[in-house]
Write a protein that binds this ligand. Structure first.
Ligand code: NDP
Length: 364
């Protein structure tokens, strides 16, 4: 609880103090990131709110996209209000300490160490404080530092939503399943290898990544590793037994050849995280963009299911992950961490690509 140093100065339930945060006032490049000490701090405004002092956060490709204006219509309710979202605080992950709770919050109290993934339609965690609903929050694994814990929630909620909700995997439907994960060396990939591999789930996991990530992904338990930079990745994958589930973290041309790697007419599923939905609705509006994106779901391949995977806020899912983390079955993969004063440098690191796990920011 080292970072539980102070409460919001002068704040009380339902009133606003100020806090330090990195904000953007317009969409753009790294130049739009601004450090400010007078950002309105969130407060408990509903009976189920949990106010968290942020100790660490991590960056995701979504932060780069949101900085550039992607997903302006990510919150359908904002269409009704039409108000500006600026100053916008980015950052989706949080590991921190509860400082205040709404009257109906039953599972958390001030001083509890928690972790969570902040939904994209809420103000983010590159700030001293963030407000979440009780359902989005989970007690942090005791075995992890805040820096380690901050590397997991967003990719965990995404991977579980994609593999379980869209991919149909579970304790009952994973035994002996053959799973292919593309882009396995990044944030979602390094988490997905571990969750798909859990002995309780019993999956056999093949991954694609570049040659210099092979040690990392094998260390996390990948059974077969295919170097996509070697030039013969498609041919190598075609010689293997067909897959039950493919989790595509890469998108683009990958799905043109990877769809054929699934078992036909046996309920196999292709789940891609790289969907056209938000970019289509950004460019074409909610209705036309939704229809245009939805049409792209059709006619992908005969005999297999093609699905979009999405991040979904889910505190109870993080409770399950905590148990696995504390028993050593899931490891955090922190590639780099930066102090709060160096958030622009952290964004530059993310922008360079070639992630090997997560980039974390220490906040307090
Ligand atoms: P990262 O940037 O952390 O990881 C991407 C990884 O893919 C890197 O390790 C990169 O390393 C590797 N890679 C790049 N090109 C290829 C390729 N052709 N074949 C195999 N590996 C490749 O991203 P995340 O893991 O956080 O996210 C993955 C994707 O999922 C992103 O596009 C992200 O926007 C999306 N996403 C979507 C969500 C949703 O709700 N729909 C939620 C979360 C993520 P290298 O270049 O060195 O090979």
């Amino acid at each position: 609880r080292a970072c539980f140093r102070r409460h919001l100065s002068g704040s009380s339930r339902g009133t606003q103090g100020s806090m330090s945060a990195w904000v953007i006032d317009e969409y753009g490049t790294n130049a739009v990131l601004r450090y400010a000490e007078d950002v309105p701090a969130p407060a408990v405004s509903s009976p189920t709110d949990v106010l968290v002092q942020v100790c660490a956060t991590s960056l995701n490709p979504l932060d780069l996209s949101m900085r550039g204006g992607y997903g302006v219509r990510r919150d359908p309710l904002s269409l009704l209000g039409g108000s500006s979202e600026f100053p916008l605080v980015l950052g989706r992950d949080v590991s921190g300490v509860v400082v205040d709770c709404g009257v109906e919050v039953t599972h958390f109290g001030p001083g509890d160490e928690v972790w969570a993934a902040v939904p994209p339609w809420k103000q983010g965690s590159l700030a001293e404080f963030v407000s979440l609903s009780e359902y989005e929050v989970s007690h942090k694994p005791q075995s992890l530092s805040h820096i380690e814990a901050a590397s997991i929630p967003y990719v965990a909620n995404t991977a579980l939503s994609a593999l379980v909700n869209a991919g149909g995997l579970s304790l009952c439907f994973c035994v002996c399943s053959r799973v292919l994960i593309t882009g396995a060396s990044g944030g979602v990939g390094t988490f997905s290898i571990q969750v798909s591999l859990l002995k309780a789930w019993g999956a056999h996991v093949t991954v694609t990544c570049s040659h210099n990530a092979e040690g990392l992904v094998r260390g996390l338990g990948a059974d077969e590793v295919v170097d996509y930079t070697a030039g013969d990745a498609e041919q190598r994958l075609e010689t293997m037994d067909r897959f039950d589930v493919i989790l595509d973290n890469v998108g683009g041309e990958t799905e043109q050849w990877a769809l054929t790697l699934l078992k036909s007419w046996s309920g196999s599923k292709y789940v891609t995280l790289v969907t056209p939905l938000l970019s289509s609705t950004d460019h074409m509006g909610m209705l036309s963009g939704g229809i245009q994106a939805g049409c792209s779901l059709n006619n992908k391949a005969l005999g297999v299911f093609y699905r979009w995977g999405f991040y979904a806020p889910d505190g109870p899912a993080l409770d399950d992950i905590r148990t696995l983390v504390d028993s050593g079955k899931i490891l955090p993969v922190v590639e780099a961490h930066f102090p709060f004063s160096q958030v622009p440098q952290a964004f530059l690191k993310l922008e360079q690509g070639h992630a090997r796990g997560k980039t974390v920011v220490r906040v307090t």
